[in-house]
Design a binder for this molecule. Structure first.
Ligand code: KG4
Ligand code: ZN
Length: 334
C-alpha cells in the first residue's frame, strides 16, 4: 500500500510517501523556523500563509523523490489536529482534494500519535506493548501503548509542555527560537549542580507533570542574579534546568514501565531529540534491564512520514475518515 502523507500542524510543511507503515520512500520537510525566529515564536497567520505557498511544491517533490505519481497512491493520510487551526486547514484541504480527485480513502491522523509512530519507522521490529513518553513543543504525555493505535494515557502535563519550557527558558537567557536544541548543546558544558531547582511533583503519587514552576524558578534565579550584579552562566542555567526536567521525565517513565512490567520504553516528539534525555534513559535502562527506543532526530520533530505511519496503522485497524472531516485544533490523545 502506497500512502501519501501531509503534515502542516505548526511551522513545518511536510509531505511523505510511505510503503505500508514502516518504509519511507520520501519525507520532504520545509521548515519555516527562520521566518518565525525573528518574532521569538510561531506566528499563526504567517504559518498558514507559508503552508499555502509551499504545499503544492512539497507534494510534487515528495512524489518525485519516491519515484511515484498520484496514480500510484492508495491512501491519503493527513494531520487533523492538534495544532494551529489555519495551518491544519491547509494540509486538510489539500488531502481532501487529492482523495476526492483520485477516489481513494482518506484518513485523519492525531499528530501526537504520529510522533509515537515515528518509532515504528525507525525500529522495524518494534511492536506494542510498550511504555511511551511523548515530549514535544505542545504536549507532554506518558502513555502505555497496548496496540499500534491503542494508547492508554496515564499522565500528562498540568501546565506547560516540556518543549515549551525549554523554549521559554532559552528565551529568558537570550537564545533564539526554538531553544531546545541550544539548551541541549549548552547543557553539555554547563554545571548542572550550580543552580538548585525544584523537581516538580516528582514524589507525588501521580504520573502527571508540571513545568511552569520550574520555569518560574529559573526566572527568579535570573532576576536575583541580575539584582546582585552577578554574571550569569548560560551554560550553567541550561545544564541545571535540563537536569531538573530530565530527572522527572526519566523517573516517571521508568516508574510506569515497572508498574506495567514493560521492558520497552519509547520516547517520541521534538524533545526526544535531546541528547541528555537519550543518554539518561540509556543509562538507567542498563540498570533496570529495559530497552530504550527513540527515532533519529529528523523523525523526532514534525514530519509527514510519522503521519503516514500512523495513518497506515489506523487504516488497517478499520478506521477511515470522510471528506467532511474537520480540523481539530484541540484534539487530545484518547
Ligand atoms: O514535536 P515538535 O517538532 O513540535 C510539536 O509538535 O510541538 O517539537 C518541537 C519542540 C520545541 O519545543 C523544541 O525546542 C524541542 O521540540 N526540541 C528540543 C530539542 N530539539 C527540539 N528540546 C530539547 N532538546 C532538543 N535537542
Ligand atoms: Zn509535533
Amino acid at each position: 500500500m502506497y500512502i501519501l502523507a501531509i503534515e502542516t500542524s505548526c511551522d513545518e510543511t511536510s509531505c511523505a510517501v510511505l510503503k505500508d507503515g514502516r518504509e519511507v520512500l520520501s519525507n520532504i520537510i520545509s521548515s519555516q523556523i527562520d521566518i518565525h525566529k525573528k518574532f521569538g515564536g510561531v506566528v499563526p497567520e504567517i504559518a498558514s500563509r507559508k503552508h499555502i505557498e509551499s504545499i503544492n511544491n512539497i507534494l510534487q517533490e515528495a512524489l518525485d523523490k519516491a519515484g511515484v505519481t498520484f496514480k500510484d497512491i492508495d491512501l491519503v493520510a493527513v494531520t487533523k489536529g492538534p495544532g494551529l487551526v489555519g495551518a491544519l486547514l491547509v494540509g486538510l484541504s489539500a488531502a481532501k482534494a487529492i482523495a476526492y480527485g483520485l477516489d481513494i480513502p482518506l484518513i485523519g491522523v492525531n499528530h501526537i500519535e504520529g510522533h509515537v509512530c515515528a518509532n515504528f519507522i525507525e525500529h522495524k521490529n518494534l511492536e506494542p506493548p510498550f511504555t511511551c513518553l511523548i515530549v514535544s513543543g505542545g504536549h507532554t504525555y506518558l502513555i502505555q501503548a497496548n496496540g499500534y493505535t491503542d494508547y492508554e494515557m496515564v499522565g500528562r502535563t498540568r501546565d506547560d509542555a516540556a518543549g515549551e519550557a525549554f523554549d521559554k527558558v532559552a528565551r529568558s537567557i537570550g537564545l533564539p527560537y526554538p531553544g531546545g536544541p541550544m539548551i541541549d548543546k549548552l547543557a553539555k558544558v554547563g554545571n548542572k549542580d550550580r543552580i538548585p531547582l525544584p523537581r516538580v511533583i516528582i514524589d507525588e503519587n501521580t504520573y502527571d507533570f508540571s513545568f511552569s514552576g520550574l520555569k518560574t524558578a529559573v526566572l527568579n534565579y535570573l532576576n536575583q542574579a541580575n539584582q546582585r550584579g552577578e554574571e550569569i552562566s548560560k551554560e550553567d542555567v541550561a545544564a541545571s534546568f535540563q537536569a531538573a526536567v530530565l530527572d522527572v521525565l526519566v523517573d516517571k517513565s521508568f516508574r510506569l514501565a515497572k508498574e506495567r512490567k514493560s521492558d520497552k520504553i519509547v520516547i517520541a516528539g521534538g524533545v526526544a531529540a535531546n541528547e541528555g534525555l537519550r543518554a539518561m534513559m540509556e543509562e538507567r535502562a542498563k540498570i533496570e534491564g529495559v530497552k530504550i527506543y527513540y527515532p533519529s532526530k529528523i523523525l523526532c520533530t514534525d514530519n509527514a512520514a510519522m503521519v503516514g505511519s500512523a495513518g497506515y496503522f489506523n487504516y488497517i485497524s478499520g478506521k477511515k475518515s470522510s471528506l467532511g472531516m474537520k480540523v481539530e485544533p484541540n484534539l487530545d490523545l484518547r
